[in-house]
Design a protein around this ligand. Structure first.
Ligand code: MG
Length: 289
């Protein structure tokens, strides 16, 4: 197993005190780690590359490097994230001279938006990497998988349990680098003290069920301990795919008013889902195994 050192840090971003750690492993089967992670506040992201001849590694690395440059620039907005992801999509397409050798990547991320009176999270997703939030009500998957089996589940043709064992569970329906325009899902939600976020590649839920993910996130006191425990558990459980976890804790938010917690709850009116019109997107063979 080849496991990177955890990339940990802490910072105050727009009044939000954050601490984080990202960890990744090649796992036990794959020769290369085609996952990449970014922990560069205000941007946190995971990308899971795919494509022949090491192209997946290139695609995921390019994606996080472009997002890193965005993070180190001026104010990051939904519009600048969207523009950057469309640019990444074009770069990856241009870098694949043979459509049969196309390289692509998933991309899931968390961005602190600073435009309001209090900071907000922008969550974005393309593909089947995931964003979760753990709060005192439990573990919530914030992102929606863009996958063949997710479509079957939502159509009522497959159970959630059946999806986990389906032979085509790794076929994804959206990715960066595949179509002329990429459709990205976005959600906006407040930055709340006490919440813990997880970004992960499919190598984690592919090996560890959500009850155990919740328990590991809940029981580990620091992002470093939680990220390490999640990745180690996935590798111990089989490690059939690359596995990556980025854990971000919100330890405090300046000026946070507890009375606003009356509004809390997933799907509350202040949590906006922003969807762009869907362009045609051919299915892509999955983010790995
Ligand atoms: Mg994967």
């Amino acid at each position: 197993m080849s496991q990177s050192e955890g990339r940990a840090g802490r910072a105050v971003v727009a009044g939000a005190s954050l601490s984080w750690c990202g960890t990744t492993s090649t796992g036990r089967v794959r020769p290369l780690n085609e996952d990449a992670l970014l922990a560069e506040p205000p941007v946190f992201a995971v990308a899971d590359g795919m494509g022949g001849h090491d192209a997946g590694e290139v695609a995921s690395a390019l994606t996080v490097e472009r997002l890193r440059a965005l993070a180190m620039g001026d104010d990051v907005t939904m519009e600048s994230v969207e523009a950057e992801l469309q640019e990444v999509n074009s770069l990856l397409r241009d870098a694949s001279p043979d459509p049969d050798e196309a390289m692509g990547t998933t991309g899931v991320g968390l961005v602190v938006l600073t435009g309001g009176a209090t900071p907000s999270w922008l969550v974005f997703n393309v593909g089947d990497s995931r964003a979760y939030c753990l709060d005192d009500e439990g573990l919530h998957q914030l992102s929606r998988d863009h996958s063949y089996v997710q479509d079957l589940v939502e159509a009522g043709r497959l159970s959630r349990e059946g999806a986990d064992r389906h032979p085509h569970r790794h076929v994804i329906t959206r990715a960066l680098g595949i179509g002329p325009v990429v459709e990205v899902d976005y959600w906006v939600r407040p930055v709340r003290p006490g919440e813990r976020y997880l970004l992960c590649s499919d190598g984690l839920p592919g090996e560890v069920d959500e009850d155990e993910i919740r328990a590991l996130l809940r029981d580990r006191p620091t992002p470093e301990a939680a990220a390490s425990a999640l990745v180690e558990r996935a590798v111990d459980a089989g490690g059939r795919d690359n596995v990556t976890a980025v854990v971000v804790d919100v330890t405090d938010v300046a000026g946070w008013d507890d009375t606003t917690t009356a509004e809390r709850g997933h799907g509350a009116p202040h949590e906006r889902t922003v969807r762009r019109p869907p362009p045609p997107a051919p299915p892509a063979e999955g983010s790995g195994c």
